[in-house]
Write a new protein. Structure first.
Length: 208
């Protein structure tokens, strides 16, 4: 729009608005600036007007959400444990449970885990420690987590645990302190024997 046209339209706007004479000069300037600004924005096109728009300010108290903790995937857990141990996934899922927090529990009744308390304790140790090591990738295994399951199954003997129950096993040893259990190359034999025992089957002859 030409300058004279802008001036004419600005003056007409002041007259049509009925602005009192003392204020007409100020109103005229405002009207002219308004018309000139609209003309410039129109010439620049929609893209320029969009870019010129002020960005919405983020709220000061608006913090990015923290990522949710990854839950344990039972499918991945049993698949990894079956692959490492050579046992069938269905056999493992029938005697073990894994919580979303990664707690491994034995579902077979304690009385079916062995004829004696020692045998029951060794079965639980082999199943839980083996599952935590090979299903969850825990290395070394938390001895406290294993003890917790032994206590839940009522076959924990604190006096004889390290020296007699765990100490007699070939595939599982005490770690650098009482809070750790480490696996040896013989862990599969102990683990497979524990799986068979939990299913009421006779363990293989080469198993502990």
């Amino acid at each position: 729009m030409e300058a004279d046209e802008l001036l004419r339209r600005a003056w007409e706007a002041v007259k049509e608005a009925g602005i009192p004479e003392p204020l007409q000069e100020v109103a005229f300037k405002q009207a002219f600036d308004f018309l000139a600004g609209g003309e410039s924005a129109g010439a620049a096109g929609p893209a320029a007007r969009h870019q010129a728009a002020p960005k919405k300010r983020a709220k000061k108290d608006e913090e990015p959400a923290a990522p949710a903790a990854k839950a344990t995937d039972p499918g991945a857990f049993f698949s990894a444990l079956a692959s490492e141990s050579g046992e069938q996934e269905v056999d493992l899922s029938d005697i073990l449970q894994i919580s979303r927090e990664g707690n491994v529990t034995v579902t077979t009744p304690t009385k079916d885990l062995g004829a004696t308390m020692t045998e029951q304790a060794q079965t639980v140790v082999a199943l839980v420690a083996g599952a935590r090591a090979k299903g969850l990738g825990e290395n070394p295994v938390s001895a406290d987590a294993v003890r917790q399951e032994l206590k839940r199954k009522h076959c924990y003997d604190g006096t004889n645990f390290s020296s007699y129950h765990l100490g007699k096993m070939k595939g599982f040893n005490a770690g650098s302190d009482k809070r750790e259990i480490v696996l040896t190359s013989k862990w599969v034999d102990d683990f497979s024997a524990a799986v068979a025992r939990a299913h009421g089957r006779k363990p293989a002859k080469n198993a502990s």
